[in-house]
Design a protein around this ligand. Structure first.
Ligand SMILES: O=C(O)CCC(=O)C(=O)O
Ligand SMILES: [Fe+2]
Length: 276
């Protein structure tokens, strides 16, 4: 029987008693509701092929192919999130939300464990809705109408240090050109719940503030959002799947398994324009 249990107070829901290959429409509706209410949904013991992964993703939305990640050779819709034993840099190794550099950021991603290290390689998730709600009223008022600029240039563009270290796992540097402007506090497109929508990886500044003021405010928000009470640490097992909502969460792939191999498959889903 489909059952849900909170992963932590602030973020994440664990679904059990379900095989994602055979879910009914009623079960899918329940999964959707839990996902949007909790920001991340976790599944265990899923025996899936690449086709099953794609079919589950397509129940949610159209697939958005990430233009910078190498794809699984046989399945161009699936991004490869890989670290080989001789590589030192991993993908997603710092707090971020995916695709905030796009005009219409991807709504979320479905990450499937393929090959896990013996130890380490957990992923942290944090609720930006819980973080917003815990702000003091003055800060809420200060950021209410602000907008921020997000970019892919410094991560995926030509000469980006990150892209250099990741090597051929990233490509298409010539497509890291457009920046995007989004509200600092967004109203979630499905739930209406407010969330902080800036992140240290892709946000380059707060519009209308001096560089110093922008940096100071962003640092203050990041320090607040990084507090442990807003986050949950997910330990992967063979068959695990995590699906997160980019509009209400951050995530961080821990890079603590040097010398071991970790391979994940990610499908990203198309989103909608964001508003305050
Ligand atoms: O490998 C992970 O756990 C997550 C990596 C990441 O940031 C992503 O796939 O978007
Ligand atoms: Fe990511």
């Amino acid at each position: 029987m489909l059952h849900f249990e909170k992963a932590s107070d602030a973020v994440g829901i664990i679904a059990t008693g379900i095989d994602l290959k055979t879910i009914t429409d009623a079960e899918f509706a329940e999964i959707q509701k839990q996902f949007f209410d909790h920001g991340v949904i976790f599944f265990r013991d899923q025996e899936m092929t690449e086709e099953d992964h794609i079919a589950f993703a397509e129940r949610w939305a159209e697939i958005e192919v990430n233009r910078f990640f190498a794809a699984v050779p046989t399945h161009p819709q699936i991004a490869l999130v890989l670290k080989e034993p001789d590589q030192t840099k991993n993908i997603g190794g710092g707090w971020h939300t995916d695709h905030s550099y796009d005009q219409i950021p991807a709504m979320g991603s479905i990450l499937r464990a393929i090959d896990l290290p013996q130890t380490g390689g957990d992923t942290l998730f944090a609720s930006m809705a819980a973080a917003y709600e815990a702000l003091d009223d003055d800060t809420k008022a200060e950021i209410a109408d602000l907008k921020a600029t997000h970019s892919s240039r410094h991560i995926f563009g030509y000469g980006a240090a990150e892209a250099g270290e990741v090597g051929e796992r990233f490509s298409n540097a010539d497509k890291a050109t457009q920046d995007a402007i989004h509200p600092v506090v967004l109203a979630h497109p499905v739930t209406g719940r407010k969330a902080i929508y800036v992140n240290a990886a892709f946000t380059t500044g707060i519009n209308g503030l001096s560089e110093d003021d922008s940096t100071a405010l962003l640092q203050k928000l990041y320090a607040h959002c990084m507090q442990e009470q807003f986050s949950y640490r997910f330990e992967w097992q063979p068959g695990s799947i995590a699906m997160w909502d980019n509009r209400s969460t951050w995530h961080w792939a821990l890079n603590d398994y040097h010398g071991q191999r970790r391979e994940m498959h990610r499908i990203t889903l198309k989103g909608v324009p964001l508003a305050a």
